[in-house]
Structure formats: C-alpha cells, structure tokens
Design a protein around this ligand. Structure first.
Ligand code: KIV
Ligand code: NA
Length: 269
C-alpha cells in the first residue's frame, strides 16, 4: 500500500454524492499507529495527547517538542495514512511567521505531511501563508479545545445565532484560505451539515454529523481507555477493563509463585 497524499484527501469531498467518507483516528505511539494505519486515511497526532497520554487538564500546556516526539513515532509506525500533526497552543497564533517556523520544525523533524491548527477567520491568513509555502494545513472549527478559556468550557457550539454564524463564517474562511480538510468539532448537527455544504474541502466531524465528509475520534476514547469522555464518543471496546483483568492475573501469578512457570524459565540441559 502506497502512502495516500494530501491532494488525494482533498479530492474526497462527498458532496452528498455517496462517496466514501474519510476515516481518521488519533494516534500518539508507534504500535498504535501500526495497528490503525491500514484502516485509516488520516492519522492525527492530536494535542489531545495532553490529556490522554500526559494527564493534563487541557491541551493548553502541550509543547511543540511533545508534538514532534509523538509525531515522529506515528510516522515511523505508518506507511499508508496521511499523518497530520496538531500545532499546539502558543506555537502558531502570533503571526504567519511564527506559524511557519513551528510548522517547519514539525515537518522536518517528524516526516509528517501536514499540520492542523485551530481557529477560523483569525487564522485564515496564516493558513494561506503556509499553504502557499509548501505546508498543507487542516483546519479545525466549532468547539476548539485550545480556546477553552474563551468558550468557558467544552461547550457545544451553535445553540445560539451568534455561535452558529461564527462556525459557518470560520469554516468558509479556512476553506477559502486553502485548507485541504476541515475538522468540525462539537456543533449542532444541522450546522455541521450547513458548514459541510458551504465549503469545498472535505469536512471531518467529531460530535458533528454523519453528513460530514469524514469522521474522527480520539483512539483512547473509542477503545474505552479514557474515562472522561463526551457523549459524542462511541465506545467500541472497554480496554481498561481488559487490561485490568490481565494485570490481576499477573499479580495473582506472582503472589502465588505460579509465574514464572516452567515455560518462562531457563533450565540446565
Ligand atoms: O487533538 C485531537 O485529538 C483533535 C481531534 C479530536 C480532532 O484535535
Ligand atoms: Na487537537
């Protein structure tokens, strides 16, 4: 399987024509990337790793170095999906120059094909600047977790006219700036549908709509590895319980001296 390209993703606008939706999942580590890669179109090295891997309260403290370390691991563990790395809070907002310096480090030091940044109209100039200089950008609008302190929590967007209009205007601005795809997170379903119809690039929903041109979930959430999950997460497994069962058996084995058994020890010939 050859690695997919950014233009191939850009071409996957379904436009209600029954095209196949894009499959995206987050990945942060090499083994997980290897398992997910054949089944996905895009692997997102999300700054959700702040909570999921590092136990932080939000994505705000996540550093560029953290994103680069995990981005490189995911590139090493994949050969098919387009790897996209989140630009963390504080690494791109100040100016297009600021953003290109950070994005260049991500691309050089990880081998990823694209970056993702949160924000709408305010980031459009930056999206155009990077895209014109060889850096494909995925946008992210709606509930943007890096803006948690402005939004006042992880709140669904679009319940009032002002936020509904903002989601739409942001989506259009990022699309027109040249983003190759757009994550729409945590918005009322009809607004996700409107935004999907209003933009030319594929939209990738999370807490959005099945009418988006693709879907994404945080891998640990859908595997039941992370406990505080929003209602838009579907749990496809309960790995926490399965891991705990395995660990209980190991602990029992050690405490009863039944582990290691004869098969796990080296005996003289
Ligand atoms: O960081 C992340 O995991 C994300 C996805 C939820 C879109 O940005
Ligand atoms: Na993110």
């Amino acid at each position: 399987m050859k690695r997919l390209t950014v233009p191939a993703i850009r071409d996957r606008k379904t436009d209600g024509k029954g095209g196949e939706p894009l499959v995206m999942l987050t990945a942060y580590t090499v083994r997980m990337a290897q398992i997910l890669d054949p089944h996905c179109d895009i692997l997102l090295v999300g700054d959700s790793l702040g909570q999921v891997i590092y136990g932080l309260d939000s994505t705000i403290p996540v550093s560029l170095d953290m994103m680069i370390a995990h981005g490189a691991a995911v590139v090493r563990g994949s050969y098919h999906s387009v790897v996209t790395v989140d630009m963390p809070f504080g690494s791109y907002e100040a100016s297009p120059d600021h953003a290109i310096a950070s994005a260049t480090r991500i691309m050089k030091e990880t081998g990823a094909a694209a970056v993702k940044m949160e924000g709408g109209e305010a980031m459009a100039e930056t999206v155009a600047f990077l895209t014109a200089r060889g850096i494909p950008v995925m946008g992210h609008v709606g509930l943007t977790p890096q803006a948690v302190n402005i939004l006042g929590g992880h709140k669904v967007q679009g319940r009032d006219d002002a936020t509904a209009a903002k989601v739409l205007a942001d989506a259009k601005a990022i699309d027109e700036a040249g983003a190759f795809a757009l994550v729409i997170e945590g918005v009322l379903e009809p607004i996700a549908v409107d935004a999907t119809r209003a933009v030319s690039c594929p939209t990738i929903g999370i807490g959005a709509s099945a009418q988006c041109d693709g879907q994404v979930l945080v891998i640990d959430d859908m595997l039941g590895m992370f406990d505080r999950v929003p209602r838009f997460v579907k749990k496809y497994d309960d790995l926490s319980t399965r891991i705990e069962d395995a660990v209980k058996h190991y602990a029992e084995g050690v405490r009863s001296r039944s582990f290691p058994g004869i098969e796990q020890t080296y005996q003289p010939k």
